[in-house]
Write a protein that binds this ligand. Structure first.
Ligand SMILES: NC(=O)c1ccc[n+]([C@@H]2O[C@H](COP(=O)([O-])OP(=O)(O)OC[C@H]3O[C@@H](n4cnc5c(N)ncnc54)[C@H](O)[C@@H]3O)[C@@H](O)[C@H]2O)c1
Length: 272
């Protein structure tokens, strides 16, 4: 299997795939990205091993850095949420991977149908949307593009189950199901902060203690990445043409300032 993108999601996906006993190639062209991804995987595996739930050495041995796209029976793409960049990966993967291979995207919002359209195998292109942190959260949203075959969707459902995950199938509409519901919630929390309705801690406490969410919306946005949240909201906004999905100006401003959340050390909160 080939995972493209070694950020928080690509690393997590490579980790669960390798932990299931499969070999995985991990590709990311940015200098140091694969090394950082591998270090994060190792740290996560050690943490899980302390709880008796991982085999760090053998799992790491099954992950091989790939300096470029390589042949595999399945690609899972997990690069930055940018339609042009993803289309470029799908175009190149279509040339490199065998004709029968499945090309999957972990995109949060970009239409699977448009990624499929740049390939010669739209029936074998599918959404395989994991949740963050991948080794912990069970859900995989499986998204069928317009041309995705039953066989392809069934293979991804089966793989998700073999990885110990629980699949939920959705059709290819903006934000699918998960982010169509989640992003307006996170965005409204950002508006509440921007308008001075409450401090971040109070906004998050209302969700954790009032709604029994494990994380409040601002802490969750920081975990997802504020750049990723804005990119997803832009796809929702454009896809539905509905102003309710427009990203809150405060979110945009934080992204402009480089406050991307946990991954940059600061978002709504500061991280050591
Ligand atoms: N963050 C989340 O909570 C979350 C959850 C589900 C899905 N997703 C989706 O997963 C994808 C990745 O998100 P992330 O949070 O891991 O982002 P991230 O910023 O942590 O990582 C993105 C990685 O992609 C790499 N990259 C950029 N362009 C590339 C290219 N052309 N080829 C190969 N690698 C490239 C970057 O070097 C970086 O390592 C996005 O599509 C996002 O919407 C994110």
């Amino acid at each position: 299997m080939l995972v493209v993108g070694a950020g928080q999601m690509g690393g997590g996906i490579a980790q669960v795939v390798a932990a299931s006993g499969r070999r995985v190639s991990l590709h990311d062209p940015y200098p140091g990205a694969v090394e950082r991804g591998l270090a994060a995987i190792e740290k996560s595996l050690k943490r899980l091993a302390e709880k008796g739930g991982a085999d760090p050495e053998n799992t790491m041995d099954r992950i091989e850095p790939a300096p470029h796209l390589v042949a595999a029976d399945l690609m899972i793409e997990a690069i930055t949420e940018d339609a042009g960049a993803k289309e470029d990966v799908f175009r190149r993967a279509d040339e490199v991977l065998p004709a029968e291979a499945v090309l999957a995207s972990n995109t949060s919002s970009i239409p699977i149908t448009s990624l499929a359209a740049v390939t010669t195998r739209p029936d074998r292109v599918v959404g395989m949307h994991f949740f963050n942190p991948v080794p912990v959260l069970k859900l995989v949203e499986v998204i069928r593009g317009l041309e995705t075959s039953d066989e392809t969707a069934a293979a991804i459902v089966r793989l998700a189950e073999e990885l110990g995950k629980v699949p939920a199938e959705a059709r290819d509409f903006p934000g699918f199901v998960s982010n169509r519901i989640l992003m307006p919630f996170l965005n409204e929390a950002a508006y509440a902060l921007m308008e001075g309705v409450a401090e971040p801690e109070a906004i998050d406490r209302i969700a954790t203690l009032g709604f029994a969410h494990p994380l409040g919306p601002l802490a969750l946005a920081d975990l997802i990445g504020l750049d990723t949240c804005v990119a997803i909201m832009e796809v929702l906004h454009e896809g539905f043409g509905d102003p309710k999905f427009a990203p809150c100006p405060l979110l945009r401003q934080y992204v402009q300032a480089g406050r991307l959340g946990r991954k940059s050390g600061r978002g709504f909160y500061e991280y050591a």
